[in-house]
Design a protein around this ligand. Structure first.
Ligand code: ATR
Length: 279
């Protein structure tokens, strides 16, 4: 018996999740098949249900369907409820679909455990106020930063998120321009989608200090535009989102298979995994 999983997105050919999960399978001695599935807004719900009806045990959901996935599930766990988005669906034998969001915990695991950058008492800036930011805020606040500042092109969206999560920890918000009026940050996380257009948010030099750690949720074989910008401001400690991708996948695997693979070995095969993308 082979457990079947898929990642649903549009486009999805570039996804390296099959390579990651197949390695997890080898590491944990589980037989599984993990494929890629294209969908549209109109077909997403049927594709999820067909996957379950055909015996699939679960699926991952990537852009642009994470919000839609939250509406398709019968139940959401707390992480998905707070994020209002689902990246992992658990398919039960009784036909029910349970939605989870492992993106935020994956981000924290990569920053704190892999990169050894503690968030406690740090001034943290997150750039963007879309789905990626929404999934990250509660996990970031649970790591007890001294402040979590959300900056976004559309300030109203940053304000809504800062207010929504203010009971979880100290939040603030502004436009990119108004970052000129803040003190510098210890950790700056890019959660915008601007890297896909080869651009980066317009940031003032004043937000960086000599110890700033920069993190881009995006990953690429080459340096991302955001990290290149940070480097031009003198930042020497930074990371792209490959580790977040691996760690969120490990948490999805734990939900489906009941064991969290040791991710250390996956990082030894980073090039092989990145080259597994079909696009
Ligand atoms: P995701 O699910 O990847 O977060 P999203 O919800 O569409 O995608 O959010 C994209 C984020 O990137 C938003 O914060 C968006 O800013 P706006 O809320 O102002 O739209 C940001 N973004 C995308 N393109 C941008 C651009 N050209 N300039 C500034 N911000 C941009």
């Amino acid at each position: 018996m082979i457990n079947r999983y898929t990642i649903i997105g549009q486009p999805v050919a570039q996804s390296v999740s099959p390579a990651i999960h197949h390695m997890f399978g080898e590491l944990t001695h589980r037989r599984l098949l993990y494929t890629r599935t294209e969908a549209t807004d109109a077909t997403f719900s049927d594709i999820v249900k067909q996957w379950q009806a055909s015996g699939g045990k679960g699926c991952n959901v990537t852009a642009p369907f994470k919000e839609l996935a939250a509406t398709v599930c019968d139940r959401l766990n707390d992480s998905a409820k707070l994020a209002e988005a689902v990246n992992t669906i658990e398919m039960h034998r009784d036909g029910s679909l349970v939605g989870h969001n492992t993106d935020g915990v994956g981000l924290i695991a990569d920053i704190e455990k892999n990169k050894r950058v503690p968030l406690v008492n740090k001034r943290v800036l997150i750039l963007g106020a879309g789905g990626a930011t929404r999934g990250a805020i509660a996990p970031l606040l649970s790591a007890n930063p001294s402040c979590l500042h959300i900056a976004n092109r559309s300030v109203d969206k940053a304000e809504i998120l800062a207010n929504k999560f203010s009971s979880y920890g100290p939040t603030a918000y502004s436009s990119y321009d108004d970052l000129n009026n803040t003190a510098s940050f210890d950790i700056i996380i890019n959660a915008t989608s601007m890297g896909f257009d080869n651009s980066a948010p317009p940031l003032p030099a004043t937000i960086f200090n000599t110890g700033t750690f920069a993190y881009d949720m995006m990953y690429k074989a080459q340096q991302t535009p955001f990290l290149a910008l940070c480097e031009s401001f003198g930042v020497t400690q930074y990371a792209d989102g490959f580790g977040m991708l691996v760690e969120q996948a490990a948490d999805a695997f734990l939900i489906w298979e009941g064991v969290r693979p040791k991710t250390r070995k996956i990082y030894l095969a980073t090039d092989e995994i990145i080259n597994s993308a079909n696009a």
